[in-house]
Design a protein around this ligand. Structure first.
Ligand code: PLP
Length: 401
């Protein structure tokens, strides 16, 4: 910061590269560049130097969406209305598709007009929800380990993260007795996400019932972040299945992982209309409707039935079995029953730093794995393998060790 301040008003040479010449907002100091944003730059640099890096870091599906989805966007591009601004709430047909998706897959009834808001990915929903519900000084319960964006967004809006422990011996579920002992008077939001990223814990309806009861008792808005429901998971569930959940709960969902559409940026938030209206108030002031063709593709994706999930899971299952072998070769243990797009593996106890371990594997074996610590302090001693890598590459990684 010092450099930036000094550079303001300096009349002679232009500010050296890396200086913007104006003061940054204080909130910038509350966060760091997203881990993958900087680490993948490093990985790309290694690739550019000719290193044969196998990237098992990020959960970005490498396979294509269904043929119907691709055809739908191709066809939509020549539609007369394709190029205009779109509705902030998305096409009614898309919201209807989301309502059907919830009814068919989770047996949850949602009003397509008032209880669903399409998003450009669920990640942006974390910001919109936080802006809609948090004031400076409010507190937010955040899982440790958990998706790092809950923490960074909380800090960016001036609220305070309060981390709650998830530990292996408790199936990576919140310990509500421990939570009850906290001063919860300032807590406004609680983030949960099952199936859980990064651990792959499934959660259960019983867990969601306890979560909703806790939220009700303490007047907390609980959000279940649910992008992994259908990946290697036999029993997809939604927090909105719990009786009375709509009074205190919202759910984020996404087409990124389930339908191989991460780069398309399609997600959704669902819940009672008063909550959705508040989020729409924020969103409609920040962006405009999603590109028409993407909505048309998303509508097709949402129509896919169980055979789509089964076909993808067949691929992921083979990859997961190979990744288990890889983890074993690295001296790790893992839970064979975990679900989702990752293998969460525990390092042997002699290894004291997951980040040092990951760097060693990156520089010595040209394999990039994510250290558990980027998901919080309880991720120390763990590493995360993405399943978005084909079988040949995983096999090659096994041979390199
Ligand atoms: C737990 C969790 N929530 C949300 C997201 C964001 O997904 P989307 O592509 O829908 O923004 C991710 C992506 O990795 C995730 O792991």
């Amino acid at each position: 910061m010092e450099n930036l301040k000094n550079s303001i008003g300096s009349s002679s040479a232009p500010a050296p590269l890396g200086r913007v010449g104006v003061g940054l907002a204080k909130r910038i100091d509350t966060v760091e560049e997203y881990y993958f944003s900087s680490k993948l730059r490093e990985v790309r640099q290694l690739l550019a130097e000719g290193k044969p890096i196998i990237n098992m870091g990020i959960g970005s599906p490498d396979r294509a969406p269904s043929k119907n989805v691709i055809e739908a966007i191709q066809k939509a591009v020549t539609d007369e209305n394709a190029h205009q601004y779109q509705s902030y709430q998305g096409l009614p047909e898309l919201r209807n598709g989301i309502a059907d998706f919830y009814k068919n897959n989770y047996q949850v009834e949602l009003n397509f007009n008032s209880e669903i808001l399409p998003l450009m990915g669920s990640k942006e929903g974390i910001m919109h929800i936080s802006l809609a519900f948090l004031n400076e000084g409010d507190e937010v319960l955040i899982p440790n380990p958990g998706y790092p964006t809950y923490t960074s967004v909380t800090k960016l809006v001036g609220a305070t993260p309060v981390f709650y422990d998830l530990i292996e011996s408790n199936n990576w579920e919140p310990d509500f007795e421990k939570l009850e002992q906290l001063d919860l008077s300032k807590v406004k939001i609680m983030w949960v996400g099952y199936p859980h990223m990064p651990t792959g814990a499934t959660g259960s309806l019983k867990l969601f019932e306890k979560t909703v009861a806790f939220a009700n008792k303490h007047k907390i808005l609980v959000i279940n972040d649910n992008p992994y429901s259908f990946v290697l998971n036999e029993n997809p569930i939604s927090i909105l299945q719990v009786a009375g959940a709509k009074e205190v709960a919202l759910e984020l969902n996404s087409l990124s992982k389930t339908y191989n559409m991460a780069g398309w940026r399609v997600g959704m938030v669902s819940g009672k209309s008063e909550f959705i209206d508040a989020i729409l108030k924020v969103k409609s002031n920040m962006d405009s409707g999603m590109f028409y063709g993407i909505q048309k593709g998303a509508i097709e994706a949402l129509k896919l039935d169980k055979s789509w999930f089964d076909s993808q899971n067949l691929i992921y299952e083979k990859r997961r079995n190979l990744t288990f072998q890889l983890a074993k070769k690295l001296g790790c243990t893992y839970d064979e029953n975990s679900v989702g797009l990752f293998v969460w593996a525990k390092l042997s106890s002699e290894i004291k730093s997951a980040e040092n371990f990951v760097d060693k594997i990156l520089y010595e074996k040209d394999i990039f794995i994510t250290p558990g610590t980027i998901f919080g302090s309880n991720g120390e001693g763990y590493i995360r393998f993405s399943l978005c890598v084909n079988e040949e590459k995983i096999q090659e990684a096994i041979l390199r060790l």
